[in-house]
Design a protein around this ligand. Structure first.
Ligand SMILES: Nc1nc2c(ncn2[C@@H]2O[C@H](COP(=O)(O)OP(=O)(O)OP(=O)(O)O)[C@@H](O)[C@H]2O)c(=O)[nH]1
Ligand SMILES: [Mg+2]
Ligand SMILES: [Zn+2]
Length: 304
C-alpha cells in the first residue's frame, strides 16, 4: 500500500516544493522523476497547485506524484522563449499592482496582465499604489482607460494608515496573486494590511526609479481562514502565453462587443478598412490608450 496525501504548493525553489497538506502541516517535497518525462520544461508546478504526494521516507522529503487540473492559472512566457512559465495556479483574483510613479506607470504592462488574467480565467483587479506621490488629477488620468472595463480599481498609499475594508475583505475571502513591477509596492501593501507577515521590502533607486527585486520567489501566505495571497517577484516584461494575433481580440471585452460587425469576417481591427472597432475608437467609445495597447500587443505577436 502506498501512503499518499494531497497538499497545496506554497513555495518552490530549485528542485524543492514546499506544501501545506490537508492537516495544515508544512511538507517538503521533490518531484517524481517520471512525472514530466513527456515535457520539455521543468517549471510545471507552480505555487497554488494542488498535488498528490507520497509521504516522506527516510530522508524526510516527500515525492510529488500527481498534479490536479488547474481551475485557473497566471502564466507568461519569457522573452525569446516559448516555454510557459506558470506564476501561480488556482487563484480567484489577480491584483495588478502599479505605482503612480517610482517605478513609472506602464499602461501596456497592465494591459498585458489583463489579457493574461482573461486567458487564465482569473478576475483582475487594479491596485494603484503610491497615490501619495501624485495629484488627484494625475491619478484620474492613469485610471481613465480602465474605467469602462468591468474591473475593480483600488487606490492605495502606505502613508495613509486607513484601511480599505472592501479590499481587506476581498483578500481575506479568496486566493489572490499580486503581480507588478519591482518596487511597485506589492509586499508593502501586504504588510500594511497584514502586519504579522513582516515581508521584506526594498528601496527604489533614486536615480533610475527602479525597484531592487527584493522578493525573489513566489510565496503563498495564509492571511485568514479562507484567505490566501501569493506575493511574487517584480516583473519587467509579460510575454503572453497562448495568445496569437488571431485570438487576441477575444481577450478584450470592449472589442469583443463589436465581434462580427466589421466588413471583413476575420477582421483583426488593425489594418482592415471599414472596421467598426476603429470607428468606435474615433468616436470615443473605446479608449485610445486601450486600443493602442491592443495594437502594441498585436504587433509583438508572431503573425498567424
Ligand atoms: N511613497 C510611497 N512609497 C511606497 C508605497 N508603497 C511602497 N512604497 C515604497 O516602495 C519601495 C518598494 O516597496 P516593495 O513593497 O518592496 O515593492 P515590491 O513591489 O514588493 O518590489 P519587489 O519585491 O522588488 O518586486 C519601498 O521603499 C516602499 O517603502 C506607497 O504607497 N507610497
Ligand atoms: Mg516584494
Ligand atoms: Zn474590425
Amino acid at each position: 500500500m502506498v501512503d499518499t496525501e494531497s497538499g497545496i504548493v506554497v513555495r518552490r525553489t530549485k528542485g524543492f516544493y514546499y506544501l501545506r497538506n490537508e492537516s495544515n502541516q508544512a511538507v517538503e517535497c521533490k518531484i517524481k522523476g517520471q512525472l514530466f518525462k513527456n515535457s520539455r520544461f521543468d517549471n510545471q508546478i507552480a505555487v497554488g497547485d494542488r498535488v498528490v504526494y507520497r509521504k516522506a521516507g527516510k530522508n524526510d522529503v516527500g515525492l510529488i506524484t500527481e498534479i490536479e487540473p488547474r481551475k485557473s492559472f497566471l502564466s507568461r512566457t519569457r522573452v525569446g522563449k516559448e516555454a510557459e512559465q506558470v506564476i501561480a495556479a488556482n487563484i480567484d483574483y489577480l491584483l495588478i499592482v502599479a505605482s503612480t510613479k517610482h517605478p513609472a506607470f506602464r499602461f501596456n504592462l497592465i494591459n498585458r496582465m489583463l489579457v493574461a488574467a482573461s486567458v487564465g480565467r482569473i478576475t483582475p483587479v487594479l491596485v494603484i499604489t503610491k497615490t501619495d506621490l501624485a495629484q488627484e488629477k494625475e491619478i484620474d488620468y492613469l485610471i481613465d482607460p480602465f474605467r469602462d472595463l468591468d474591473l475593480k480599481i483600488f487606490l492605495s498609499s502606505i502613508e495613509n494608515p486607513e484601511a480599505d475594508h472592501q479590499f481587506a475583505e476581498l483578500l481575506s475571502n479568496n486566493v489572490s496573486v499580486l503581480s507588478g513591477q519591482s518596487g511597485s509596492g506589492k509586499s508593502s501593501l501586504l504588510n500594511k494590511y497584514f502586519p504579522d507577515l513582516s515581508i521584506q521590502i526594498g528601496d527604489v533607486s533614486a536615480k533610475t526609479h527602479k525597484g531592487s527585486h527584493t522578493t525573489t520567489y513566489s510565496i503563498m501566505h495564509q492571511i485568514a481562514e479562507q484567505g490566501f495571497v501569493i506575493d511574487t517577484p517584480g516583473i519587467r516584461e509579460f510575454g503572453l502565453w497562448k495568445v496569437t494575433q488571431e485570438n487576441l481580440c477575444e481577450y478584450y471585452p470592449r472589442i469583443q462587443e463589436y465581434q462580427g460587425l466589421c466588413k471583413h469576417r476575420n477582421c483583426r481591427h488593425v489594418h482592415e478598412p471599414i472596421c467598426v472597432v476603429k470607428d468606435a475608437v474615433s468616436e470615443g467609445k473605446i479608449h485610445p490608450v486601450m486600443y493602442n495597447g491592443y495594437l502594441s500587443i498585436f504587433h509583438s505577436l508572431p503573425p498567424t
